[in-house]
Ligand binder design. Structure first.
Ligand code: GLN
Length: 531
């Protein structure tokens, strides 16, 4: 029998439901169970592809090219579970599917309603994930939003129905709440009591409560919460605010026996727990020495979540290389004054490496050009990702090849040297997993230890093949092509310690227990140079 765990949240948003769901997933995997993860997003957008990174953070891209909520990135970082299009759904997708069925006559003239039509659509998608793979033991379903939101109701109702139909031994509810601290450090349980009441009104009795709190809850507070909420005392857990890293949370839950309680509730025999990779990762984290300062020159630096996977990948690389990575976030527009690049990047303490992440549109591009030129001339390790690679190519053409008007047609359609452009025969976007072939004796080959590289893409524009010969003839190394040789995927500076631009997004596959190879080598080089 497959098991289901529904993760919901109450009191307020941003309590870390994604990290909680992922951490529980990591613990169950540590016990040898095969898990799958699902994210339900109550917003009406059909996917995250069109949502502003300023408002909603990055769009996380899966192998099969879905542009999803950034929690799917957490699932990938914390667990081994396979993530694809079917692991995320939005209210927009659900309504769109139901309306399309209605228009094509599939409901045979019946009145189409939230219950059962919308809820059935949600349930069938959750069950599709459970049934995709015969080996799946547990499906963890995270329901976005906060209990009490109008938008979350159909998803919670679908959860209620599954819990009822499968029985509470097979489907459980884990509810995340906040224990705020008021006055002189007093912890307040009332919002949690109210939040559980809101769940009960919907017809769901939480089996497990996870309370986000500034400190570990004492026995007395847990007893009080248990008494008011009908939750067993041994099922009230703390998610303490961490000042180290979110990757400490699986072990924090393990110490409180969260996984044992969950397994017992679902009637799964407890198995030996192997959390060695998590312990050794935390060991390496504690043993880090020194610091490297990495300048992130981007369009969306004001919102941390906009480059979430990039920042996480830098952190993973730091853990693997034994050094703390300090993020120096620089709004690329601020480098547009001629002398700002030198003073912002070069004045002590100078950055030890520059990374330009992905982005869209013209804003701040001239500032990026300055940062690229500065890193190239001063031999500072440089990593350009997607837009970052495109800017690296344009900068080379302008300043080394001497084509002053070289540009991407995304920024200037009329340039005489459209070195980055829209290929005529490509659909709207190169999206999802693609194979690249790295040339021997390049940083890309060295990082992966082989020629065959599989990474995910999300871009419309490409290095223009018309200029391939001129550009490589002038010294810019083309270090990887697509497997069929049709497109340029990676470039590198000659006579430079580490200057690499990649058209794909290696950050999406990085994990705390296995840093993405290119991020690792970028940090290794930056660390070496910083002494
Ligand atoms: N705007 C560029 C393109 O569409 C880069 C996209 C990105 O960085 N993800 O090709």
């Amino acid at each position: 029998m497959k098991k289901f765990i529904f993760i919901s949240g109450g009191v307020c948003s941003s309590l870390g439901k994604g990290v909680t769901a992922s951490s529980l997933g990591a613990l169950l995997e540590g016990r040898g169970l095969n898990i799958r993860m699902v994210k339900c997003d109550p917003y009406i957008n059909v996917d995250a592809g069109t949502m502003s990174p300023f408002e909603h953070g990055e769009a996380y891209v899966t192998d099969d090219g879905a542009e999803t909520d950034l929690d799917l990135g957490n699932y990938t970082r914390f667990t081994k579970s396979h993530i694809s299009k079917i692991n995320s759904m939005t209210a927009g997708q659900i309504y769109k599917a139901v309306i399309e069925k209605e228009r094509s006559g599939r409901y045979q003239g019946r009145c189409v309603q939230v219950i059962p039509h919308i809820t059935n659509e949600i349930k069938s998608r959750i069950l599709a994930v459970a049934n995709e793979d015969a080996d799946t033991d547990v499906v963890i379903v995270e329901i976005g939003g906060t209990v009490g939101d109008i938008e979350s109701i159909p998803f919670l109702e679908a959860a209620r129905q599954i819990i009822h139909e499968y029985g509470r031994k097979n489907a459980i509810s884990a509810h995340l709440t906040l224990i705020p601290e008021v006055g002189g450090g007093e912890l307040k349980t009332k919002p949690t009591q109210h939040s559980v009441k809101a769940m009960q009104e919907i017809g769901i009795q939480p089996d497990v409560l996870i309370c986000r709190s500034p400190e570990m809850l004492d026995e007395e507070t847990r007893q009080k919460i248990a008494l008011f909420t009908n939750v067993d005392l041994d099922s009230v857990f703390t998610c303490r605010n961490v000042d180290t890293t979110i990757y400490e949370i699986p072990l924090m839950f393990f110490d409180q026996k969260l996984d044992q309680v969950v397994l017992k509730k679902m009637g799964v025999e407890s198995r030996h727990a192997n959390l060695e990779p998590w312990y050794s990762m935390m060991e390496r984290h504690r043993a880090r020495e020194g610091k490297v300062r990495i300048g992130i020159v981007g369009q969306y630096v004001d919102l941390h979540d906009a480059y979430k996977s990039v920042y996480e990948a830098l952190f993973h690389a730091g853990v693997e290389c034994g050094v703390e990575v300090e993020l120096v976030k620089i709004d690329s527009s601020s480098l547009e004054e001629s002398d700002n690049a030198d003073s912002l990047l070069g004045s002590a303490p100078s950055v030890n490496g520059i990374l330009i992440p992905g982005g869209f549109g013209k804003r701040g591009i001239d500032g990026m050009m300055r940062a690229v030129a500065w890193a190239r001339k001063n031999k500072i390790p440089f990593f350009g990702i997607c837009l970052g690679m495109q800017v690296m190519v344009v900068e080379w053409c302008r300043n080394v090849l001497g084509w002053a008007d070289a540009d991407s047609t995304e920024f200037n359609e009329d340039t005489k040297h459209p070195v980055i452009s829209l290929p005529e025969d490509q659909g709207t976007m190169r999206l999802g997993l693609g194979e690249s072939a790295a040339a021997a004796e390049t940083h890309v080959f060295a990082a992966y230890g082989k020629s065959q590289v599989w990474e995910r893409h999300r871009h419309c524009y490409e290095f223009s093949n018309k200029y391939r010969a001129d550009i490589s003839g002038s010294g810019l190394k083309i270090s990887a092509l697509t497997a069929d040789g049709g497109l340029v995927d990676c470039v590198e500076w000659p006579d430079h310690p580490w200057g690499v631009g990649v058209q794909f997004h290696p950050e999406f596959k990085s994990k705390p227990t296995a840093a993405a190879p290119l991020f690792r080598d970028f940090i290794v080089t930056a660390k070496g140079i910083s002494g």
